[in-house]
Design a protein around this ligand. Sequence first.
Ligand SMILES: Cc1ncc(COP(=O)(O)O)c(C=O)c1O
Length: 356
Amino acid sequence: MPVVDLRSDTLTRPTPAMREAMVAALVGDDVYGEDPTVNELEARVADLLGHEAGLFTPTGSMANVLGVRLLVEPGQELLCDSLAHVVRAELGAHATVSGVTTRTWDAQLPGRPVGLLDPEQALSMMVPDGGPYLVSTGAVAVENTHNFGGGTVQPLSALRRLRRGTAAEGVAVHVDGARLWNAHVADGVPLHEYGALADTVSVCLSKGLGAPVGSVLVAGAERIARARVWRKRLGGGMRQVGILAAAGLYALDHHVQRLSDDHARALRLAAACALVAPGLVDPGTTRTNIVVLDLRGSGLIAGPLAQASAQQGVAVSALGRNTLRAVTHLDVDDAGIERACAVLPAVLARAIDTVA
Ligand SMILES: Cc1ncc(COP(=O)(O)O)c(C=O)c1O
């Protein structure tokens, strides 16, 4: 029986129809700006998010690096939460590439969904002009949905408050929207409303949307022209890459609305786990495609649990010692989630019995 692989939504393989679209793509040299399919993708994503221009990048990490590079000068700081991908999982890129320091607010506050933005908290940390003593804040980064938080959707009201407060002080906003599509589908918020509340937005095509590669950074035209230079400087100038952009265009046409299926399956899994281990996950906060089990204080350790589950054909991720993550995606169907709903809770129940 094939493994039900819930380690990440990056694991999806292009569907046969997506592959057909890739084969048929018109291409040109994108470093010359002459790949019609890349140009179409960039314009389409920029339009969806209500920005002037877009830039295709190989990865979400590069799109974030470019976005932050545009908004934060070397020696300035980026504010974000303590579990943000930009600070935890981009391997110090913002420091090494852009000379940017990061300062974080706590993503795990009691009584709140993990990773949920508290705009007042973020605004209270800003130092718009640190003068000769303090590091000045160039931008605030918000992750929507929040990956390590468990797919947390940032409410539009919080994003609006953040935008008002930052704009009043001349501080920029970058949205890491690797899974902004999921937020859009979960809350029904038009993408351009999210776009209007940020200076730069990165979105991924290779997560829930199922493309093999690629992200797009959107911003104003002048900023994207600068980002194009930085992309080349970082070795991200690609040539006949329309073959990959075509997968992104296909995904935008066919794989956005179906994300609600992933969300429903994640909720089923969260509910099944909560039945045996109510302290580890609250299905009330499972709104998109990520289920995070928070093992702190339970005596359970993520690594052995992930191993036990994988041995029974359901692969999940151990993120450090205390966090187990399961992510639903295009390649996990109802039968797969049913199996996960049988295996993972049983693994948890056995482990809880052992530590009790
Ligand atoms: C929230 C978030 N931002 C950015 C990225 C980076 O994407 P990539 O793996 O394409 O660099 C990821 C990857 O999982 C992510 O979850």
